[in-house]
Design a protein around this ligand. Structure first.
Ligand SMILES: [Fe+2]
Length: 307
């Protein structure tokens, strides 16, 4: 038999994960596919990973109707850091006579060489790579390196996944926007039922002053900003708040705020200055870094902070 293994954090599982898994199953001719949600140690901030049991339940719901897809709680039960080589060893023990395939996203291929004991993974399983839109990887160069190190090729699957991220889906949920088309309906219902992703601060205010398309734009900005916050090691709370609020004055009339003086400010950037005014004077936010980030999000200024 041909057995596939597809792991991930799945916070939450989304349609593109499902498409990737099913197309890999089809293309590799798998008899059975294991979906393996990773254990991630829980921290306390609002941006951390959802409890394993919820992530596991959502994956179970998503694959309910696929009899040859099995959701495995192996990594979650094992706890601690999830090491792929241990997972692959586990499935090799379960299926000693079968051929194993380990499915990874193209973005993981570059770091695969640095994983713990990659040679154990490649000894027991073939690596099947699913590329993703917008993620460029040097396939030929990586293939050469892979062959040299592991004496075999990785399999490049023809399916290219759309660029959907779980981060964006969490933000969409936090902005109380519908998840239709992003996750299966039953997964959306589960997210709502257990209120998995806490509402963004000031969401009611934002909904009262912004259009749905501007809220969607804001979700994209927050998603990009939070990725940057990590790589630039910025204060995530400040980044989150500034990105969330940056366009809140886009459709507001400066004349409704008698204290706001905008003479001399070009029309196109008034919303940035008015936004800073509103968050300070209406919402009562006192953090100067956040106020400044909103105020100069269109023009930048000299000198300015990383935030
Ligand atoms: Fe703006």
């Amino acid at each position: 038999m041909k057995i596939g293994i597809f792991g991930g954090t799945f916070d939450p599982i989304h349609n593109e994960h499902i498409n990737m898994a099913l197309s890999a199953k089809e293309e590799l001719g798998l008899d059975k596919l294991y979906i393996v949600p990773a254990y991630v140690s829980p921290f306390k901030s609002a941006y951390d990973v959802t409890q394993p049991v919820h992530r596991l339940n959502m994956v179970n719901i998503a694959f309910m109707d696929y009899p040859d897809v099995t959701v495995s709680d192996y990594e979650i039960k094992a706890g601690g850091a999830s090491y792929t080589y241990k997972t692959v060893e586990h499935f090799k023990k379960l299926h000693p006579k079968d051929k194993l395939y380990f499915i990874i996203g193209g973005d993981s291929l570059g770091t695969f060489f640095n994983w713990a004991n990659p040679e154990i993974i490649t000894k027991h399983a073939d690596i099947a790579v699913v590329l993703r839109e917008g993620v460029y990887i040097e396939t030929d160069k990586l293939q050469k390196k892979f062959k040299k190190l592991f004496n075999k090729d990785f399999i490049k699957l023809t399916y290219t996944g759309a660029s959907v991220s779980s981060t964006k889906i969490r933000m969409t949920a936090r902005f109380c926007l519908p998840l239709e088309g992003l996750v299966p309906k039953e997964v959306e219902d589960y997210i709502v039922k257990y209120d998995l992703y806490e509402d963004s601060p000031y969401i009611d205010y934002l909904k009262s002053v912004m259009t749905e398309s501007r809220l969607k734009h804001t979700v994209n900005v927050v998603t990009a900003a939070m990725t940057k916050a990590k790589s630039l090691k910025l204060d995530e709370k400040k980044v989150y708040l500034a990105a969330t609020l940056h366009d809140l004055a886009k459709y507001q009339n400066p004349d409704d705020f008698p204290g706001f003086v905008y003479k001399g400010i070009p029309k196109q950037v008034v919303h940035a200055f008015l936004g800073a005014y509103i968050i300070e004077n209406v919402l009562g936010i006192t953090d100067k870094d956040v106020i400044d980030a909103v105020k100069y999000h269109t023009t930048a200024k000299a000198p300015m902070s990383t935030l």
